[in-house]
Design a binder for this molecule. Sequence first.
Ligand SMILES: Cc1cc2nc3c(=O)[nH]c(=O)nc-3n(C[C@H](O)[C@H](O)[C@H](O)COP(=O)(O)OP(=O)(O)OC[C@H]3O[C@@H](n4cnc5c(N)ncnc54)[C@H](O)[C@@H]3O)c2cc1C
Length: 292
Amino acid sequence: MARLAEFEGIIRREEPLAAYTHLRLGGPAEMLVQPVTVEQLAGVVRACAAEAVPLRVLGSGCNMLVRDEGVRGAVLRLSEPAFVSVVVEGKVVRAGTGASVSALISAAARHGLGGLETLVGIPGTVGGAIRTNAGDRAGDIGTFVRRVEVMDARGGVLTRDRDELRFGDHASNLDDPVLLSAEFALEGDTPEAIVKRMRKAWITRKADQPAAFQAAGRIFKNPRGLNASALLEQAGLARTKVGGAEVSDRDPNYILVHAGATSRDVLRLMDLMRAKVAEKFPVSLEQEIAVW
Ligand SMILES: Cc1cc2nc3c(=O)[nH]c(=O)nc-3n(C[C@H](O)[C@H](O)[C@H](O)COP(=O)(O)OP(=O)(O)OC[C@H]3O[C@@H](n4cnc5c(N)ncnc54)[C@H](O)[C@@H]3O)c2cc1C
């Protein structure tokens, strides 16, 4: 059985994670591991299990807040070529989970395959998007997933077929330690129709999101039948600040991060948002963003 010590070449110790996340906050990972091959990944996963080292996978960190104290254990990044390919065969697109959502959408559109274009403008990797079932009312990624290849805690590769997969509101039942690749079943369409829908989705999303130059994260799930942004708006939270963290006035379900902000500021602001909404409505907001 391989030991983690055998993988020193692909491990960076005490690597600051802020630069790998959208909010650019948080402390270091005890070990940041970037495997080059699936076999190497399997060795790392097995070694982590044998040495009782916690293991997590980081995508683009767009749905993620890393605490200031950082993360113990191993953080995997699937950024090497073995994990980022996007291949189109007929009406099926196969993508590594380290590929970006935008690369997936572009490849599909270039081959005249429609469906995924309503996701345009959602940042992140295919792995993060599948795990969080990224999307909105116009459509979500889960609708098009026909198969996902995953790795279990023993380093074994398994296939999860459509009938095993469940996608809900910003959630999926994919709780395997590592998602490796996914197949999407799409429909042929004309480039004009795809581009038209893409443009519409882009305009709608950009009108709602904070400006692109701002580091912002979407924070809470929509409670059943309700809208988190509307609840936060009605609780008067827009522009509320804690330290360098501020509730967006464009969509109060986003927190903006200003220079000098810490993860602690964001966490305290999240607590305040939750408390103010609970004071006004019989609702307990559940966080959508992963906190490590
Ligand atoms: C400005 C902005 C706008 C956004 N707009 C939307 C939107 O309109 N709709 C929407 O749904 N979301 C939106 N999001 C949220 C985010 O873009 C999605 O959740 C995104 O797809 C996350 O991908 P990621 O690679 O950044 O995942 P990360 O944030 O890195 O990870 C998210 C979760 O997935 C897990 N994960 C990632 N990759 C793997 C893997 N290969 N194997 C196992 N687990 C994995 C992580 O461990 C973590 O639990 C937005 C975020 C931002 C910052």
